[in-house]
Ligand binder design. Sequence first.
Ligand SMILES: [Zn+2]
Length: 203
Amino acid sequence: MSMRRIFDNIESEKDAQRLVYLIHLYTEKGEQGEVTWLKDQALKALIYIGTVEQLFRTFDYAPLFVTWSDQTRFVNVSMEAEAILEKLIEAKIIERLRLSTEHYRYIFAYRVTDRAYVREIPMEIKREVENVYKCPVHSILYEVHFTEHIEPQLICPKCEREKEIIHNKMTKIRARNILDAEQINFISELILLSKFLREKIEV
Ligand SMILES: [Zn+2]
């Protein structure tokens, strides 16, 4: 049986499989197999963590001005992930629901519709995804929680420990760092500015 392919590029295809499996893990709940929807805000936080941990090989993130709960703010969003999501919706592998909030804004939610696609995802891809989103001690999925400041947190429901990634052997990254975008944006602007100045000076 050959797997349905959506992308010409094999790396993008694998990232699409990782993304579908991630959505599957967070929507396929309950013993009766009832399906829930994964809200965009939680998905963005999960993708951010997966990108920092280099689970998604073709993803990067950049600050984007988006709707975040009842606010509009800078969030570290992966444009590659957004593009793959669009393609997966077109291919009817995942489904997107538009919900209106009490503040008359719209939010999206996702779930997997093509279960055959999920079944055919290679075991090693599934394991890679589970290694990122499951507590290593309890082997259960981290839950996505939001603080009163709408900061996301990935927390193990059993030991209540928050997922942390040690980045470049020194910086601790947690899901809430998805909101550090303004700062990152500011720093990158400073770097650009200093580069610009140096070039000016060299001339
Ligand atoms: Zn745990």
